[in-house]
Design a protein around this ligand. Structure first.
Ligand code: ZN
Length: 335
């Protein structure tokens, strides 16, 4: 294997220095309006003494807001005296996408959470992924990566981890999910885990927690409160902040198979017959899809492939073939 070249990204903070630092990860981006210009990705490091390191990331997708709100706020308020160990906060990891309020980067259309482990000599998005993989991830014991549905999906608010080949690591991940104490906690499966930050973090043996806290391209007072409390709880659980996690009731969900994901085969106007959290039985209609071009045509019905409850749904009023229309999860007693 040939050795990878160094990352073109440089940090204006010193990850080993004690105290609070606010700075940037500077990614060179030569372009029409700035020949020797850069993307300036905000970063905050808070370090005091010896202890574990938490890497906290938001806006892996640029149109998901609970993470950035909770993390910009945490970076503004976290004092070094409160920390044992280190907290690295990147509130808007795909910063170009965050600034454009889009899922993917306007520079290269890169979907950061499909670009890991990235490339130092790749696109702007691949360069961010590579820097996170090779420069930030090795510093971390625990990673909390915030997601929500963005503009096209809406979710029951949950923290999640994946089943892992290493049982001890899986247990540590689900303990951190439980500590987050979202209203819902999920044993999550992915449609395609290739290129995800989740996957490289888990393969590196770290404790990894992800979330889906809402969606629709916005955040609510409730969903932001869940994010704020969750990140503080995870830091307490890790021993980085003092005190015990503020436990709240959480209901555990499982995604037992790929049947959980329902995809539209039609184009049309969506009428959801169920809302998030509603119980479903196998074969029960979740949504009607009305053809757009004529009156008098019967709507298509999209039905649940298993018993469970509606954990996520397509958000916009119109749907296209291939869109993820609904996710059905099953309630279980624990992780
Ligand atoms: Zn996302």
């Amino acid at each position: 294997m040939t050795e990878l070249r160094p990352s073109p990204i440089s940090a204006t903070v010193d990850f080993e220095a004690e105290g609070v630092q606010h700075g940037h990860l500077r990614l060179p981006w030569s372009r029409d309006d700035s020949a020797w210009g850069s993307v300036m990705i905000p970063v905050c490091v808070v370090k005091r003494g010896e202890g574990p390191t938490a890497l906290l990331t938001g806006a892996n997708h640029g149109d998901e807001y609970e993470g950035p709100i909770a993390l910009f706020d945490l970076a503004r308020t976290l004092r070094a005296e409160a920390v044992t160990g280190r907290v690295i906060i990147v509130p808007a990891m795909n910063y170009p996408a965050f600034r454009a309020a889009t899922r993917t980067s306007p520079i290269d259309k890169g979907n950061l959470n499909r670009s890991f482990p990235g490339r130092p000599d790749g696109t702007a998005t691949e360069k961010i992924a590579d820097y996170v993989t090779r420069a930030l991830l090795p510093l971390a014991d625990l990673v909390l990566d915030f997601h929500s549905g963005g503009r096209t999906l809406d979710f029951l608010p949950y923290a999640a981890a994946h089943e892992l080949p290493d049982e001890a690591q899986e247990k540590r991940c689900f303990e951190a999910v439980a500590a987050f104490s979202a209203p819902w906690s999920m044993k999550m499966i992915e449609i395609d885990a290739v290129g995800m930050f989740d996957t490289v973090t888990e393969m590196a043996g770290k404790v990894f927690v992800t979330t889906e806290l809402g969606g629709g391209g916005t955040a609510t007072a409730k969903s932001v409160a869940i994010a704020r409390r969750g990140v503080a709880n995870v830091l307490r659980h890790a021993g980085i902040l003092a005190g015990e996690p503020e436990a709240g009731p959480t209901r555990w969900l499982d995604m037992p198979s790929a049947d959980c994901f329902g995809f539209s085969e039609e184009e049309g106007l969506v009428e959801f017959l169920k809302d998030l959290g509603d119980p479903l039985t196998r074969g029960e209609p979740i949504a009607r899809i009305y053809p757009l071009g004529r009156t008098g045509a019967a709507p298509f019905e999209h039905c649940a492939a298993l018993d469970g409850l509606l954990a996520a749904r397509h958000f916009p009023g119109l749907v296209k073939p291939g869109d993820c229309l609904a996710v059905v999860a099953t309630e279980v007693g624990g992780p």
